[in-house]
Design a protein around this ligand. Sequence first.
Ligand code: ADP
Ligand code: ADP
Length: 213
Amino acid sequence: MRMILIGPPGAGKGTQAANLVDTYEIPHISSGDMLRAAVKAGTELGKVADRYMKAGDLVPDDVVIGMIIERIGADDCARGFMLDGFPRTQPQAAALDEALKKAGVDLDAVVLIEVPDELILDRITGRRSDPETGTIYHLKFKPPPPEVAGRVVQRKDDTAEACTARLSKYHRETAPVVPYYEARGILRRVDGVGAPDEVLLRLTAALKAPSAS
Ligand code: ADP
Ligand code: ADP
């Protein structure tokens, strides 16, 4: 299964990917997680990415494309992968297609998790994660258990300002990628409003339904 999760920042992509990868036994490849790891490790790529990420800007296409194309060429992706946060621009979508074509494989599904803008700020500013396990929590919607609460961290770009910048980038640069996949009949839209378990049920059903192509 080769699939993409797409949606605005805070839509629940990371949360749902963690739920789905066990079912499909494919690696969860989050461009944001990979970039944050590079920033933490202080690599050249990380130094470039850091400036953009802090401001809520997109990291340049050439940087992200190289990183992801290399990652999906790894052995553990032979049976498939779940991309989360990539592609985020039309050039990224085109580069992914080209790489898959070269490898002689196709995308199976692109899932769009839809959440209205007015719910996004709350989701982003309340997001916390456990640095030990990577589990994503939310102060209101998924509070960390007491033994974890003392160590959860907030992402540098999960401020109200950076969130607004990311949301407008999403509408300008990422949303236009959606019709591209819709025209190919591989897009599945999922309502991302409601409890995470409910959204997971919708996602699983959408992935089982026959595709429109
Ligand atoms: P969220 O889960 O809130 O949507 P991510 O963790 O996916 O955010 O991404 C965090 C930041 O990393 C983005 O705001 C952007 O700066 C950078 N980033 C992640 N993926 C990409 C990408 N495909 N292209 C460009 N920048 C990216
Ligand atoms: P994304 O990867 O799309 O940026 P996340 O999975 O990191 O989104 O979720 C953003 C925040 O919203 C997290 O704090 C997460 O716990 C919370 N969240 C995820 N799904 C839901 C949901 N269905 N309802 C309420 N909060 C949610």
